[in-house]
Design a protein around this ligand. Structure first.
Ligand code: S3P
Length: 446
């Protein structure tokens, strides 16, 4: 996929040092915009991530008549004038999710509940990603959805309205599927329930009660929602904590570069997002937490990481959904750790913004690393340094680009990472913050 943007990265010229605040959580930023738009009343949101993915979600609601006021130039604070569950207007055009899987999959649930027909699409990468996982349940709830490949591919045309409550058993541990069904459940005629094979991130369940909608999570993991027919804007500001998926890039870099000592302010440590830290600790990383606190309904802490001799490990399959977005950079860590790293039960990595197993294997091979692909994971044997003066392809996937920029800190020459512009979807100031802690990375001017 040719989307342009070349990063020139590595090798590190000295230890990485500093204390930084990474931008707001991407998953929560999507959900905050959605729930605030569907609520009665105005909601103020702070700590919003102004990445392209989240701006696509905001734009969809603007296209359906929601007024959004940006409260600062950086677009991290905003006030959303909600129109209520039934107040969205039919958009004049196709709703564009850009590169954002979370946007399109969660919005499938929202649009299934609307009494108008709408069409959603996205960029070339999103148009290749599977949608049946959300289309099937909303069809069962009574929405009509048309799309290529029997509704598996964008663009989707969605006609909805009053829905039937269902009990959905998801085949994949996916917060996008679970959230789509719960959001559609807001428009259903009874109690909607969701079961998933392993628990996935639970931001939707934590955030809905802030808007007056109870969600029940049973001991066996069944999530259920009885719609109250109304969401209400919270009386206090919705604060979004810093994104652990963004911090993880710098945490791995600090682990890999001798003498480094980097700390992050107030990072989300929700157990469903904290798998990266469990894997890093399992690999021997030196990570400590302080100032544990909560922001809204989410646990946070300051995190410090110092350089440490990483070793391989066999990742516990139960940790996989909790670290699903971090595996590209964890592969980079494994490629430079002592011994063998094994990952299984992670086939979902093949249907992200790119096939992340294949994309990382190709890029790390080019840099001389020993990464063997498995259908649902990888086996990596670590080595001391990567090869520099090479070109690799990020395939238009933000996390591949940033993972290779981290790996390059331990290469013996620069690595040129092509098709890296998608970093702007989730972490627009990645290069600025990376440079601030001393990483050797810059955008190519060519
Ligand atoms: C997300 C869920 C995950 C994750 C994605 C964000 C979310 O996807 O990979 O980056 O915000 O719900 P899946 O639900 O497909 O696992």
């Amino acid at each position: 996929m040719n989307i342009g943007g070349t990063l020139i990265a590595g090798p590190a010229t000295g230890p990485l040092k500093g204390n930084i605040t990474v931008p707001g959580d991407k998953s929560m930023s999507h959900r905050a915009v959605m729930l605030a738009s569907l609520a009665d009343g105005a909601t103020e949101i702070h700590g919003f991530l102004p990445g392209e993915d989240n701006l696509s979600t905001a734009q969809m609601f603007i296209d359906m008549g929601v007024r959004i006021e940006w409260l600062n130039d950086e677009k991290t604070s905003l006030r959303i004038h909600g129109v209520g569950l039934h107040g969205l207007k039919k958009p004049n055009d196709v709703l564009d999710a850009g590169n954002a899987g979370t946007c399109v999959r969660l919005m499938t649930g929202v649009l299934a509940g609307q009494s108008f027909t709408s069409m959603v699409s996205g960029d070339a990468s999103l148009c290749k990603r599977p949608m049946k996982r959300v289309v099937d349940p909303v069809r069962k709830m009574g929405a009509s959805v048309q799309g290529a490949a029997g509704g598996d591919l964008l663009p989707l045309t969605i006609s909805g309205g009053q829905l039937k409550a269902i009990s959905h058993v998801s085949k994949v541990a996916s917060a996008q599927v679970k959230s789509c069904v719960l959001l559609a459940g807001l428009y259903a005629d009874g109690i909607t329930t969701v079961n998933e094979p392993k628990p996935s991130r639970d931001h939707t369940e934590r955030m809905l009660p802030l808007f007056g909608q109870a969600v029940h999570v049973a001991e066996n993991g069944t999530i259920s929602l009885q719609p109250t027919d109304q969401l209400s804007a919270p009386t206090s500001v919705v604060n979004i904590p810093a994104d652990p998926s963004s911090a993880c890039f710098f945490a791995v870099a600090a682990s890999l570069v001798d003498g480094s000592d980097v700390s992050f302010n107030s990072i989300g440590i929700n157990p469903r997002r904290d798998g990266w830290r469990r894997v890093m600790l399992g690999m021997g990383a030196h990570i400590s937490l302080s100032h544990e606190n909560t922001v809204g309904e989410e646990p946070v802490a300051d995190i410090r990481i110092t350089a440490g001799g990483l070793h391989g490990m066999h990742v516990d399959p139960n940790d996989v959904p909790d670290a699903i977005d971090e595996f590209p950079v964890l592969f980079a860590a494994a490629a430079l750790a002592d011994g063998e790293f094994v990952l299984d039960d992670a086939a979902e990595l093949r249907v992200k913004e790119s096939d992340r197993i294949a994309a990382m294997a190709a890029a790390l091979h080019a840099a001389g690393a020993d990464m063997e692909e498995k259908p649902d994971g990888a086996v990596i044997h670590g080595l001391v340094d990567l090869k520099g003066d090479i070109d690799v392809d990020a395939h238009g996937d933000h996390r591949i680009a940033m993972a290779m920029a981290v790996a390059a800190q331990r290469a013996n020459g620069e690595i040129r990472i092509h098709n890296a512009a998608a970093i702007a979807t989730s972490f627009p100031n990645f290069v600025t913050l990376a440079q601030r802690i001393g990483m050797n990375v810059r955008w190519s001017e060519k």
